[in-house]
Design a protein around this ligand. Structure first.
Ligand code: TYD
Ligand code: MG
Length: 450
């Protein structure tokens, strides 16, 4: 009988019997790779055993969460580290994952947690040098450099730390999986072993995973459903700001962010991200609008920047950084269809300042304002914030946490806000509220008849 061959997508993990240039499931190109079968033994003929079934009620109190003392990290975790949880920290290579986790593990260790840091990427001496540079050489962290996961698990079982860092999953290999480290089957099998170990032995495990846009290495995407918490560490390489974002959290709110700054001696917390994201703002420039957003449980102000210029291309450019490009297309379509303001023949560039990424629909109004301001060459008043969702009919829809948004804006010295009517804003201290029902009203008021 011909050997059954298996292929899977490195981006979404979809398994297919055939190689293809494009993944049927997620549409990504050049991500299908062959993988070895997980186990080639005979099919088990034994019956399974019955598993114990218990009630939902429990007398056990949940063990307390451990605090790292790094406030930005604790908040993203949902209020500290949950014992026996499995956490995936993903991000581009070189973005600072190892730095962050070395600082975190040192912090946890200094708070009395037994911690191990296992590096598969760097030699122990390299990690020690980094620790020295970060001033962490005296933290009571156990350090290991190994890529054989079987040996690592045996060591963890003997040492029984409260927290173990595995840096990174792409370097780990299991001897019963035939393919190379970094392949989908190795990554998946290794993560499965680690997650199972975490649950069974009560060891919290942090798994580091590199994401590559090309999908050349098995992305941590295939692991997202296995772990309790998925954090992504984001930022522009040229920028010093880094954002730790919870995209999944079984023990806390998703979408929470922690903001850090990469400095010469490691990552430092940014306690007031709004001030930071607005720090480089030139006042009263056409194309700039300040969005009063909510990231997780916290209000964050960001600057949306637009540039609109005549295009010499048949299909004008639509370039976006930090905002979903589909969102831009929708807003451009609504501006054209509902307000009669076309962007045909114009290149549009849209950007969120400071390397931030905005996914909230509440940003629509600020995006529209930035686009209009750039197109009309009329600056938005520098003391104005905007928020509100734009529906396809051009109506402005209220968004949540109006009060928090306004409070944060007032705190940073803004004195007027444009927001959807029916926002239930109440009275905001020192803020002039301009409630508007739809985009047409907004265009009329801000840019004349439009
Ligand atoms: P690193 O943590 O090795 O990234 P990752 O584990 O995600 O691949 O971060 C490497 C980058 O961080 C490197 O470009 C140097 C920079 N860096 C600093 O700027 N300051 C520091 O104190 C440290 C330790 C690193
Ligand atoms: Mg690293």
């Amino acid at each position: 009988m011909a050997k059954q061959r298996n292929f899977s997508c490195t981006a979404c993990g979809n398994v297919t019997p055939r190689w293809a240039g494009k993944c049927d499931a997620c549409g990504a190109w050049n991500t299908i790779v062959e993988e070895a079968a997980l186990s080639s033994g005979p099919r088990p003929t034994q019956k399974g055993r019955t598993i114990p079934i218990s009630d939902l009620a429990t007398e056990d109190t949940p063990p307390p969460r451990a605090s790292s003392g790094i406030g930005e990290l604790d908040r993203v975790l949902g209020g500290g580290l949950v014992p026996a949880s499995a956490i995936l920290v993903g991000g581009d290579p070189g973005i600072g994952k190892s730095t962050l986790l070395l600082q975190a593990v040192a912090s946890f260790a200094r708070n009395g947690l037994k911690c191990l840091y296992i590096s598969g990427e760097e030699a122990a001496a390299q990690v020690r040098m980094r620790a020295q540079r970060l001033g962490l050489q005296n933290a009571p962290v156990g350090l290991g450099a190994e890529t054989n996961l079987r040996d690592i698990l045996t060591t963890l079982d003997a040492e029984r730390p409260a927290l173990a860092i595995i840096d990174s999953i792409q370097t780990m290999w299991l001897d019963n999986v035939e393919s190379a480290p970094g392949s989908v089957s190795q990554v998946r099998a290794a993560a499965h072993e680690l997650v199972t170990f975490a649950k069974r032995k009560g060891v919290a495990v942090v798994i580091v995973g590199h994401v590559t846009k090309e999908g050349a290495i098995a992305g941590p995407r295939v692991l997202e459903h296995m772990v309790d918490t998925v954090l992504y560490f984001e930022g522009e390489r040229g920028h010093q700001f880094r954002i730790l974002r919870a995209v999944k959290n079984r023990f806390g709110p998703a979408d929470e962010i922690g903001v850090f700054e990469m400095t010469g001696d490691g990552l430092s917390e940014v306690l007031n991200p709004s001030a930071l994201f607005l720090s480089d703002r030139e006042s009263a420039t056409p194309g700039s609008a300040v969005f009063a957003g909510i990231e997780g449980t916290r209000p964050v102000l960001t600057e949306v920047q637009a540039l609109v210029a005549p295009s010499n291309l048949g299909t004008p450019r639509r370039t976006v950084v930090g905002i979903d490009s589909g969102r831009l297309s929708t807003i451009l379509a609504v501006l054209e269809a509902r307000c009669g303001i076309p962007f045909t023949g114009l290149d549009v560039f849209l950007n969120v300042a400071g390397g931030m990424r905005v996914s909230e629909p509440g940003a629509d109004l600020a995006i529209a304002a930035a686009l209009l301001s750039a197109r009309e060459d009329v600056a938005i008043p520098p003391d104005m914030v905007l928020f509100g969702e734009i529906s396809l009919s051009g109506a402005l829809r209220p968004v949540g946490q109006t009060e928090n948004r306004l409070k944060e804006a007032a705190k940073l010295g803004f004195s007027q806000a444009v927001l959807p009517s029916r926002s239930k804003a109440g009275l905001a201290e020192g803020m002039r509220l301009r409630e508007m029902a739809d985009l047409t009203a907004f265009v009329g008021e801000m840019f004349g008849a439009g």
